[in-house]
Design a protein around this ligand. Structure first.
Ligand SMILES: [Zn+2]
Length: 176
């Protein structure tokens, strides 16, 4: 599961608050003054994150919608709970792995570690695979020729790494 948007908001606000407090401390110790109480800095941090974060969020979602609005893969990503703004935020704001950002599914803990070149995930258990449709080495998904879980998650679009020929066969099996 992706880290919730609320948790990311809190993490970001705390980090901005800490930065503000350090700036306030630096200013006050340099000038020997006592400006900016922690409560004022906390309110400023919340407002800063809401204003700049909200603005960046709106721009990102609007822009990605313009560019990829008609892409089935983008549509599947959105339906799976993806948000192009939150999913692109770096650690420590968003601590999710690349896999979780892309599909919302964490990789299962297994004794076999898939090679780095396996970039796709089993739609059932989240284990990394060389292609989006194959027999899963972890949960055996696909061994009975049923790929309906894939279609449910990613829609009807052909994954780029699957050949036209294989895709035609997978489609005909699925539609049967
Ligand atoms: Zn699996």
């Amino acid at each position: 599961m992706r880290t919730s948007k609320f948790t990311i908001f809190i993490r970001t606000t705390v980090i901005v608050f800490i930065i503000y407090m350090m700036l306030a401390w630096a200013w006050n110790s340099m000038t020997n003054t006592n400006f900016w109480k922690p409560s004022e800095m906390a309110i400023s941090a919340v407002l800063t994150v809401l204003l700049f974060g909200g603005f960046a969020w709106a721009i990102t979602n609007f822009g990605m919608g313009l560019i990829y609005g008609r892409s089935q893969q983008y549509d599947a990503y959105r339906r799976g709970g993806g948000d192009p703004y939150f999913d692109s935020l770096p650690w420590p704001l968003n601590p999710d792995s690349r896999q979780v950002r892309e599909t919302g599914m964490a990789e299962p803990r297994t004794s076999f570690v898939p090679p780095a070149s396996w970039k796709f995930q089993c739609p059932v258990c989240g284990a990394r695979q060389p292609t989006r449709i194959c027999v899963c080495w972890n949960c055996d998904y696909g061994s009975n020729g049923d790929s309906s879980e894939y279609f449910q998650k990613f829609g009807n679009s052909k994954p780029p790494e699957i050949s036209e020929q294989d895709w035609a066969e997978i489609r005909s099996r699925h539609d049967a």
